[in-house]
Write a protein that binds this ligand. Sequence first.
Ligand code: ZN
Length: 461
Amino acid sequence: MTDILEALRDLLDDDAVLAPDQAAQRASSYWDPAPLRAAALVRPRDARETGLVLALCHDRGQPVVTHGGLTGVVDGVRSGPGDVVLSTERMTAIEALDDVGRTVTAGAGVTLQRLQEAAAARGLLVPIDLGARGSCTIGGNVATNAGGINVIRHGMTRDNVLGLEAVLADGTVVTSLNRMVKNNAGYDVRQLFVGSEGTLGVVTRVVVRLVEAPAGRTTALASVPSFDVVPSLLRALERALGGQLTAFEVMWGDYVRAVTEPGLHRAPMGRDHPFYVLVEAEGGDPATDRAAFLAALERVMAGELVTDAVVAHSETERRALWAIREQFEALFERRPIFLYDVSLPLGSMAAYVDEVQARLRRRWPDSRCDAMGHVGDGNLHLFVHPGTATGDDLHAEADDDVYEPLRPIGGSISAEHGIGLEKRDRLPISRSPAEIELMRTVKRALDPRNILNPGKVLPPA
Ligand code: ZN
């Protein structure tokens, strides 16, 4: 049998197949600068070529790790020297933007930002948005069921994908490019692949639902006196703003202080508040929407749910407020740092964070645990730094302290990042044995030789 590199070169043009030394000139991921390891890096142009690659790999029992924009944070794209890495980077066509049916059909390798810009040029909005928009790809968003900052209004990626094209492990192309919102004809095939993290098929094209672009946005940063008022504040704003609330991002005071230290983001208001909330609303009439937003803000201030607030008066000011929430590189100056994306009922959130912080302090007295997140969706991000502690098990110990308190409250170890390799062995905290067995049944049916991203998502049986 010829080696896999030669066999792939027989299938595709030379430019589409990179040898291990060429692959090693790339970083392993957005977060990991170590050289990418692979038996070959293959860059098919479309589903047909992807099918050729997978049929070959299926015949040989050859593992395949699919790469999108590599911005994932759960080690879902890790590859070894024996793996074929399949990159969707050449699938970059925006094929059809239907502004009557309000859908866009695009190759898996199109970056989210490019898709957003194409929609914006036609007065439409891609309902999916996340901080990594400039690098992440729509195929990766679908494969990981990305969440992000608009979920409170528009739902997760799962809710915004109307159709897709995917290639199965044996090379079969499944074209399911549905463009209707309503299609109840049998099992919903597309949802098998959404959030499958490269373990059930390779997504090659996607149909995304579009919505009308808002005529205007109003954005404010507000300080709140304690977490106890956060649920009331959320409800008061939802009530006052109807369906216009698109973001409700809570940041613990220590987080805001860490990212607004001198030389970092400018603090738009006092830095000593216990909690901050970034609120954004979108609407169809900028003048009346803004007035309604300001009136709602006045009411929650009069009701002492909010102690102070800054409203953005320009896109520059809006971006400066969002930068505090989205650009937290300053936290990564502390090494090591472990990032979490847990999900739990809003009513349990304050006590949960207190418990995690107390556990961590008992374990590591000089540890840090900063919190913020899409609290309107019950999704918290935690940044845990073990302080001066050393050892090989720091990450696993932090996982214990973050994940175990989720058990009694029925929380999830992953709100939006997925499972990958990093959380695989913790999956039983959030999924029952019957659920995990059903996942295994699906995996065996779609990938009987276990070649697609093997070892990710599902814990060993
Ligand atoms: Zn997030």
